[in-house]
Design a protein around this ligand. Structure first.
Ligand code: HEC
Ligand code: HEC
Length: 231
């Protein structure tokens, strides 16, 4: 029956979110303390504008407003953006070679699966054989099979697992490798894409990416507005 299942799922998701919100706050506190330790940020109370500077361990654009030079601010913003892009929840679907990776240790996918044509998996073992349109929590043990629509591997030209952040930055701006996207298209992708969104709702047993999609999209927009310079 659909409604009771949905309701159970909603309760489950709500309790998960409570747990994540708690750990996110702890992370944010920790980050704020270390940021306060920087000499440049010593006078943070005076230098920084009001508004939230950190969401679940990810700095917001407001936390960079004190950097007046556009180029320097763009570089700093990209380093923050890269914290999300290099997180296992994104990078496991963006390998440079081979098939998808699993877990925070980013080991090869079990069972072994290749990218197949167009990243949807080899014939007879396509991604959607196992991955649904939403996460499926295991019944008899903890964890879940991740799911979102359309679950598939990013093309290898869009792979960045293991890349340094300067190379990552150049790559995602390069229209010959990024699927012909303009900078505005990148902002839209980060702000609205469904697979990107999954990284903050990855299912039981997986650590979400830092921050939330709204903050991530806002960081990308701020980076583009500052000239989209690379570290
Ligand atoms: C389930 C696999 C999957 C996950 C998880 C995923 N992506 Fe992707 N990503 C893809 C696929 C597939 C494409 C190609 C889609 C297209 O070009 O239409 C893509 C394309 C992109 C692109 C555009 C191409 C480029 O290289 O510039 C960006 C940017 C991107 N993803 C960012 C992210 C970020 C950031 C996350 C995590 C917050 C993420 N992705 C999570 C599969 C994934
Ligand atoms: C035979 C079933 C099966 C097939 C086919 C399959 N997967 Fe998986 N995949 C799984 C299971 C099960 C997990 C979860 C493992 C766990 O964490 O318990 C998983 C996990 C993942 C993860 C890990 C997410 C994370 O961040 O930890 C990614 C990414 C992934 N699969 C991508 C793919 C892609 C892309 C394809 C197609 C090219 C694919 N899978 C095909 C069963 C499958």
């Amino acid at each position: 029956m659909r409604p009771p299942t949905r309701r159970a799922l909603a309760i489950f998701v709500a309790s998960l979110m409570a747990v994540f919100a708690g750990s996110g706050t702890a992370l944010a506190d920790h980050h704020e303390r270390s940021a306060t330790g920087d000499a440049a940020d010593a006078e943070q109370g005076k230098m920084r504008p009001t508004g939230s500077l950190m969401v679940n361990g990810l700095r917001t654009p407001a936390a960079f407003a004190y950097i007046k030079d556009d180029e320097a601010r763009a570089r700093a913003l990209f380093a923050e953006i890269a914290k999300v892009m290099q997180h296992p929840r994104c990078a496991n679907c963006h390998p440079v070679s081979g098939g998808p990776r699993q877990g925070d240790r980013q080991q090869a996918h079990i069972p072994p699966v290749g990218r197949g044509i167009a990243g949807i998996g080899p014939y007879g073992m396509q991604c959607t054989t196992c991955h649904g349109t939403s996460n499926a929590t295991y019944v008899s043990m903890t964890g879940s099979i991740p799911g979102a629509q359309p679950w598939r591997l990013a093309p290898s030209s869009m792979g960045w697992l293991g890349r340094e952040i300067d190379a990552l930055c150049e790559q995602i701006k390069d229209q010959s490798r990024n699927g012909g996207r303009s900078l505005d298209d990148l902002v839209a992708h980060h702000t609205k894409d469904h697979l990107v969104n999954w990284a903050w709702h990855p299912g039981e047993g997986r650590t979400p990416a830092p921050g939330d999609q709204e903050t991530f999209g806002a960081l990308t927009a701020a980076w583009v507005a500052a000239g989209a310079g690379c570290p």
